[in-house]
Structure formats: C-alpha cells, structure tokens
Write a protein that binds this ligand. Sequence first.
Ligand code: AMP
Length: 442
Amino acid sequence: VTERLKTPRGTRDLSGEEVAVIAGIEDAARALAIHYGFEEIRTPIFESQSLFERSVGDETDIVAKELYRFVDRKGRPLALRPEGTAGVVRAYIEHAMAARGGATKLYYAGPMFRYERPQGGRYRQFLQIGFEFFGATGVTADFEIIDLAWRLLERLSVKAGLRVNHLGCAACREAFSRALVDHFAARREALCGDCVRRLEKKPLRLLDCKVPACRAIAGDAPSIGLCATCRAENDVLHDLLRGSGIAFTADATLVRGLDYYTGIVFEMTSAKLGAQDAVLGGGRYDNLVADLGGAAVPAVGFAVGVDRLASIILAEPAASPPRAPLLYVIGLKPEGLAEAARLTRILRRWHEKRTLAASARPDWIEMGHGERSLKARLKEADRLGAAYVAIIGEDEVANGTTMIREMGHGGQAVVALRELKEGAIGEAILATMERLTEERLR
Ligand code: AMP
C-alpha cells in the first residue's frame, strides 16, 4: 500500500472562502499602507540562524524552542523565519536605507514558521502582515503605528481589545531588571531550569515563562518604575489614544516574548478567539538596527496574525453571497463547442473591461468543455449558480446565433452574433439577459 500524503503537522491548505477572506485582509492592509506611506518589502523566507538569535533573542521560546533550523548543502546554518521584523531590519541595514535620510516605512506579508504545539489558532506555518517604521522619532510615531493597527481592524470590522505598556528606557530597565532578579532569585528553588539561566542572562524573559510555577512567581513580581521622561512619553500616548477614541487598557504585565522591544509595546486580543487570543502585537525597538550592525535608528512596528483575523471574520455571518458565473456558455457537438470557445473568449475580454472598476469579487464567464448533453450542461450551470446560459447547438452554428436562456425560468431569446462586430457582442448579450428578466417580472 502507498502511504497517504498529508500536510505536515501544524500546517494546512488554504482554500475556498478562507482564501477569499485572507485576500481581503491583504487588500485592506495594502490600501492602508498606501494611506500611511508604507512601501512593500519582500525578504527571504529563510535567513541565517544568527539573525534571529541576535534579534528575537536566544533566550526566547521563539528561538530556543521553536526555530526551524537546518543546514544547507554547504553546511550554512539557516532557519525558516519565525517573524518578519528581523529580516526587514537586516534588509534595511544591508541596503543602507538609513543613508536616504528621514523615515523609511516598510510593510510585508507572508508565511512565518514556529515549531509550536499546534492547537486552535496556532499553527507551525502561519501568515503575518507587519509594518515597520524606521527613523521613528518620538511618541507620535508609536501613536501612528497603533492608530494604523486599530484602523486595519476597524476596516475589517473586527473588534479587539488593546493593551499598552511601556518597557522603559535603558535606565528604567536596568533598575527593573535588578528588582526582577531580586524577586525571582529569592524563589530560585521553585524556578524551572530555563528561568534559572534567565536570571543571569535575560531577567525580562522571566516574565513570559510558560511553566506554571514560574508564572505564579511572575504574578506578584514588581512592575517597572518609569523615569520622568518615560512617564511623560507614556502620558502623551495615553492622551493621544483617548483623544482619538482608541479604547485601551494600560497593562504593566505586557512584556512581549521577543528581546528587541524597548519603550512602548502593545497587543490586541479578541474575545472571539479561544486560548490563542492575540490578534496582533508590536512596539518600539530602538536598539535593534544598531545591535545588528546598522546605525542608531529608532523604530516601531507591529505584526498581525492573518490566520486568526480570518477565523474571526469567517465566524461572522457571510457578508457576500457566493460567487457565481454571470453567464455559462454551452456548445453542443464539436462545431458548437468551437463556436462556444470563440464566444467565451470574446465575452471574457468584454467582461474584464466592464468589471475593472467594479466590486472586489466580480462574477465571470464560464464555459462547459467536452461533448456533453444539453441536460448535463444545464445541470452544471445550475450547480455553479449561473443566472443565464448561452447555448450554441446545431441550428445556432448554422445561423451564426446563440440562444440566451434565463436559468430556472425558461425565458429565452436569440442573439444574432454574425451580424455584430466583435466589440458589440458583450453588450448585445447583456441587453438580452436584462430584457428576459424584465419581461418575466412584468
Ligand atoms: P508575535 O510575533 O508572536 O507577536 O505574533 C504576532 C501575531 O501573529 C500574534 O498576535 C498572532 O496573531 C500571530 N501568531 C503568532 N504565532 C502564531 C501561530 N503559531 N499561529 C498562528 N498565528 C500566530
């Protein structure tokens, strides 16, 4: 017996309505990118392992436990990207984008890979759309990014709760790290092995350990004390958000599971999702460009989980009816089929022009291929939901005509194709379709 081939664990095929919804999300993000001044960037799906170790951080779960690592045939240590920011920053440095001066605003959309335990809303390959704002000086830039994230969900009619936090500047974090180490070191025996190591290397990561015992200790850990400058910045952000009607809660426990964040961080969650309720997350990363070998460039960004957004949208009652052909062209016998193919080609070109400026999901022209009976063809047109068919049988071939019939009602009329210029055929058939419906309704 041959083995049945299946998608790898944690991955899935996207098709049907879900793909249409995902394309709609991508369209909304692209439209907003234009309005907020972002340009698209497409970076490789795999990068050197060290890029992620040095940016996301080697003490984070994403890198320590979830990275898809491999070596290529020349022994180069590579990894599938677990997130998008690292690659975009690498590209920003590699192409000396800072030298252009001023701000650089980039966005991306594509698959990310994390070796996580799959569950509802958590996959090993998932889609993210992210926005990165380089040269983002001052708290108004953080506000712009949060407003963009908010607007994206608003456009998609997805409601989510926003939480924001401030991780402080280097000075605030220094004091905070010491306070964290004191708190956790006093309970060292109860900590997992990873956290004992984090005590020495990355105290902030103590706050997002998933082991229950460590979480309990994190529960009553001290929260960060902000210096006057950071506090003032935080106040400005809160004022701007309030003034814009962007509802949020200030959450001191929000630290985000990536090392590169500094300053303001935020996350949006949806009650429509299960345990994995995060829809998007982001924040400021002022040191990352310099840490990866670039200039000292402040930056802020966020990434949204497209699979989760799509599942929220799909759970709502369908907004648009399923797509169906405008017209189904039926050719009988080889001669009729050849005429049908010619007519279909002409109609598709006409229809393309006609629907260029129309809805995002226009209808289309379909044709039945291969020799089948009229009855079988009408059944197929009905299955597709076509409202009209154009029939070309023996008589129609002989006369250079087609018979237009309204499905489900039986009203029909002949259109003399031979007498028409190619460019007039589409409109003539459309007029006949409309007349059939009008006559029936009269
Ligand atoms: P992160 O880079 O971890 O902040 O993730 C940003 C967003 O990506 C999250 O808010 C989720 O919506 C989404 N996301 C992260 N990991 C996964 C996953 N394994 N499967 C599906 N979506 C994910």
